[in-house]
Design a protein around this ligand. Structure first.
Ligand SMILES: Cc1cc2nc3c(=O)[nH]c(=O)nc-3n(C[C@H](O)[C@H](O)[C@H](O)COP(=O)(O)OP(=O)(O)OC[C@H]3O[C@@H](n4cnc5c(N)ncnc54)[C@H](O)[C@@H]3O)c2cc1C
Length: 495
């Protein structure tokens, strides 16, 4: 065991909570029999397992024990034990989630998949990979690249694990053309809350064999089963790719270009970025964004040849010109891998540059045609509450990331001083941002999930009957509510 100091002692349940059993010496002994030394209860080591990237410290909780199983059989044995003993289990991937999904709300066990990190097979003939759930995105990309394949989903944080990506139905900027991870999951091995191991899907492509439990597991946020293995589709690598950076004098003009671009060509990604987030990100990376404007579109196009992507880029440039860019010559084309990596790195690090002052990053998604209307509302709310709400996102699929900030921006740098009264302003501003999305027929989360932080909005965006069906499914899978309890919605067994 990594530390014997306090196993079975810490983490007593707070009075008033649902009476899950406390992790006592007997339980620790049972866990040790399963995973040997791959567990710890040392409070000093717990910090990294209390939650995810969600910034609010009230959304962090200390587990009673962290276990790091090495294989599926160990996970099955752990769940048999915890189901019998009534102990909550929170699956944890890379901890890069943004809505408190892996917070061990009721203490109990954090089950980290980090030791299940093997890429088991790259099957070139069937164009797929078989991986353990704890493989990180960066390791996965490296292996896929080596095999000369392409895996399109690209959430910005490569420390995320395959199991976490599937559990949140993650996507990222390339979803416009290639869709989110759901489109790439062909098969899953899952351990159910009572310890049974099941296999869904397989190496085949088509499957019309009863209800798709596989699709139910995608996006289930660790509440229905623990994903231990996945079969992932791969694509051939596109031989040619360009990234276009288009500077505009107004965000409206940038956004108005998008539907016309989408009607004519299908880029891999169309990102919108407001200029205020660029200087802090340049500062962080000591890199320069290649052009100047008040807003930008970053458009990635791929194709089978240079001629094809050049032609697509020209079509896009002509459309942008109709939408008030100063000159077609202002468009920057990153046509080498290095230049593309440079701009992509700046785009991917906006979050890191703003992190110090971020209370929360939202994941609202509206119909693409009204994204401009929604961002205009974000500006109104920013003005009304006098708080900085930097906004960027995936323009062509309507997925808007607004940061709720506790600091402003001054001379291109995050203010050292906190915005006066931000604690009082944050809840109503957050609510208004969601209600405006609702009016525009949007949805609370496009790719991050509901987790803990967005539970209050689920009944606003999803009707009661659907939520009741979801609760019924949860009860069927997990009658004792031991698996990631208190996430997405409360069931009768929770608080
Ligand atoms: C800088 C930054 C940029 C990001 N950009 C994007 C983006 O563009 N698009 C996007 O979609 N997301 C993005 N994210 C969010 C995050 O990376 C994704 O939500 C990712 O899918 C989480 O994976 P993870 O392994 O870190 O999961 P965790 O945060 O560990 O867990 C997420 C949820 O999955 C469950 N879970 C984890 N592993 C398993 C498993 N094996 N079995 C069952 N349940 C499991 C957890 O219980 C939890 O509910 C970003 C995050 C950061 C920090």
């Amino acid at each position: 065991m990594e530390s014997e100091t306090s196993c079975g002692v810490i983490g007593a349940l707070t009075p008033g909570r649902k009476m899950y059993k406390k992790v006592d010496r007997e339980v620790i002994k049972g866990l040790e029999e399963i995973v040997g030394e791959s567990l710890f209860c040392d409070p000093e080591k717990m910090y990294d397992y209390m939650g995810d990237e969600y910034a609010d410290p009230s959304m962090k909780k200390t587990p009673e024990v962290v276990v790091k199983p090495k294989n599926t059989e160990q996970i099955a044995a752990i769940l048999k034990l915890t189901n019998r003993e009534n102990i909550p289990v929170t699956p944890r991937g890379g901890g890069t989630g943004l809505c408190g999904g892996c917070v061990p709300l009721y203490g109990g066990i954090v089950l980290s998949l980090e030791n299940m990190n093997k890429i088991l097979e790259i099957d070139k003939k069937n164009m797929l990979a078989v991986v353990e759930a704890g493989v990180t995105l960066s390791d996965f990309y490296a292996e896929v690249e080596k095999a000369n394949f392409f895996f399109p989903p690209h959430p910005g944080e490569e420390g995320a694990q395959i199991g976490g990506l599937i559990s949140t139905n993650a996507s990222g900027s390339r979803a416009v053309k290639y869709g989110g991870i759901r489109n790439y999951v062909r098969g899953l091995e899952v351990v159910l809350p009572q310890g049974e191991i099941i296999n869904m899907g397989g190496k085949f492509i088509k499957n019309s064999t009863g209800y798709s439990l596989l699709n139910l597991l995608v996006g289930s946020e660790g509440t229905l089963g623990i994903i231990t293995k996945a079969i992932i589709s791969l694509l051939p690598k596109s031989p040619a790719m360009y990234t276009l950076i288009v500077p505009y004098d107004s965000l409206d003009d940038a956004i108005m270009s998008v539907p016309e671009i989408r009607n004519k060509v299908l880029p891999m990604a169309v990102e919108f970025i407001e200029s205020d987030v660029i200087p802090p990100t340049e500062d962080l990376l000591n890199k320069k964004w290649p052009c100047k404007g008040r807003a930008y579109l970053m458009i990635i196009v791929d194709g089978v040849s240079e001629e094809e992507v050049l032609g697509t880029s020209e079509t896009i440039a002509n459309i942008c010109q109709k939408h008030n860019i100063r000159s077609i010559d202002d468009i920057v084309i990153a046509d080498t891998e290095e230049r593309q990596r440079n701009v992509l790195e700046i785009r991917s690090n906006i979050y890191s540059a703003l992190k110090r002052g971020t209370i929360e990053i939202l994941d609202i998604t509206v119909p693409p045609a009204v994204i401009g209307d929604y961002v205009a509302k974000v500006h109104e709310i920013s003005k009304k509450y006098d708080i900085w709400l930097p906004t960027y996102g995936h323009a062509a699929d309507g997925n808007v990331h607004t940061h709720l900030m506790k600091v402003g921006i001054k001379d291109g740098k995050l203010d050292e001083e906190e915005t006066e009264g931000w604690r009082d302003k944050y809840p109503p501003a957050r609510r208004e941002l969601h209600m405006e999305a609702k009016k525009l027929e949007g949805i609370v989360s496009g790719e991050h999930g509901i987790g803990l932080s967005k539970m209050e909005y689920l009944p606003i965006f999803v009707d009661r009957a659907q939520i009741e069906l979801m609760k019924g499914i949860k009860e069927l899978f997990d009658p004792n509510n031991i698996l990631n309890p208190g996430k997405i919605f409360e069931v009768k067994n929770s608080l």
